[in-house]
Design a protein around this ligand. Structure first.
Ligand SMILES: Cc1ncc(COP(=O)(O)O)c(C=O)c1O
Length: 414
């Protein structure tokens, strides 16, 4: 790959040199990255020093089809060479076609329910959009979940529970109250006729892949309906096939008033969406919201290609099967350091007995495997949906080695 402006090949500059330049010029919001990646193909990624890795994180649950998928490349190239961008004074076929698909996903449990879409460029913006829609109900009170993560804009942060993220930025838009995730009684007690919306993730990814079960979503639906409040389900991390369905919440039988998507939607092309169903679909009127890039046709074409390949290659069922293989493989290790494997489909959290998940992830990286640790005792595994059974089996073996090494290091005297 050659830099189009300078003609330089970034692969000829060492990783250390790139990291030096990174720290000089990039805001220190992410800390110093551990690797500089220059190329990818399918589940494989290469760093600037030529080392190869297998991606079991998918750029944080994004690249469902892996790197450089031919269908995404073809769709993006065709759209970009036909029509790359128009303002939202105008419509494009890609945007309309994608909205139709997302509307049908959001109403899978109530086909025929009207549903309308607002496109965004990210997950936080999708939630920001939903937040604004809730204000148009005439109510302002929101009930959110302990352990939640919904993004970093001020609105999305207001419904995110982690004090580390919130506190430097108070005051945030209110009024938001938090209840224990999975506690239907606490939720019932917190929601009243002044509540605009309840926001909930079907599985909390950033909190360590915590799944409260479908009954909690059903309770949330009953409670919100009883008080005329909106149910706002954040499928940014869990949706688009990651958990084995287009929506992880689909298995609950629930239809939300607001559903937000991003991450896996564009396979890395920045796109998100807020889908509103039923009466909520008409909350926005001209002037309520806007965004220059919303529904960009190239991003929409990428997303249509993702949906097409997931359907063509049976990747929803594949995510369930591969996820079960992974969980069974980890369980079969019978490792004393592993408590359990949480999650669904290919969004999995390997829960460790000790708080050594960052050390395990570091050992995995050294061995050529990308994963992460959303909590000190949880290793998150979210490979591309195209991952093979053989790769899953190799990961399980690599995980066992990394866990042993990290456990042994943890027992050494300081
Ligand atoms: C459930 C959930 N909602 C929202 C977001 C924010 O998405 P983005 O980083 O695209 O703004 C994330 C990101 O991790 C997420 O996991």
């Amino acid at each position: 790959m050659t830099d189009i402006v300078t003609g330089a090949n970034p692969g000829t500059v060492s990783q250390q040199a790139w990291l030096g330049r990174y720290t000089e010029v990039m805001m220190n919001a992410f800390g110093t990255p551990s690797r500089v990646f220059v190329r990818g193909e399918g589940t494989q990624i290469w760093d600037a020093d030529g080392r190869q890795y297998t991606d079991f994180l998918s750029g944080l649950a994004v690249t469902a089809l892996g790197q450089a998928h031919p269908a995404v490349l073809a769709a993006v190239t065709a759209q970009l060479s036909t029509l790359g961008h128009v303002s939202n004074f105008f419509a494009t076929p890609a945007q309309v076609s994608l909205a139709e698909r997302l509307a049908s996903f959001a109403t899978v449990n109530a086909p025929g329910t009207p549903a309308k879409v607002f496109f965004t460029n990210s997950g936080t913006e999708a939630n920001e959009c939903a937040f604004k829609a809730t204000r148009l109900t005439g109510r302002t009170r929101i009930v959110a979940m302990g352990g939640s993560f919904h993004g970093r804009t001020m609105g999305a942060l207001a419904v995110t529970s982690n004090p580390k993220y919130r506190e430097p930025f108070v005051p945030l838009p209110g009024e938001v109250v938090f209840v224990a995730y999975g506690d239907a009684d606490a939720l019932a007690a917190a929601v009243d006729d002044t509540t605009a919306a309840v926001i909930v993730e079907p599985i909390q990814g950033e909190n360590g892949i915590v799944d409260p079960g479908d009954e909690f979503l059903r309770a949330a639906r009953r409670i919100t309906a009883a008080h005329g409040a909106l149910l706002w389900i954040d499928e940014v991390q869990t949706g688009m096939g990651r958990c084995g369905d287009w929506l992880a919440s689909a298995t609950s039988g629930v239809t939300a008033d607001l559903v937000t998507f991003a991450k896996g939607l564009g396979n890395g092309f920045p796109i998100g969406a807020c889908v509103a169903t039923g009466a909520a679909a008409d909350l926005f009127q001209p002037g309520s919201h806007g965004s220059t890039y919303a529904g960009n046709p190239v991003a929409a074409a990428a997303a249509l290609a993702v949906i097409g390949v997931i359907e063509r290659d049976g990747l929803l069922a594949g995510a369930t099967e591969r996820g079960e293989r992974l969980a069974a493989g980890i369980a079969a290790l019978d490792a004393p350091g592993v408590v359990t494997v949480r999650g669904r489909g290919l969004l999995r959290g390997i829960v460790l007995r000790d708080e050594i998940a960052p050390a395990v992830v570091a050992r995995l990286l050294e061995a050529g495997w990308i994963a992460n640790a959303p909590r000190p005792s949880v290793v998150r595994v979210a490979p591309p949906l195209i991952v093979s059974e053989a790769e899953i089996d190799r990961f399980v073996a690599a995980f066992a080695v990394a866990l042993d090494a990290a456990s042994a290091a943890g027992q050494e005297p300081a």
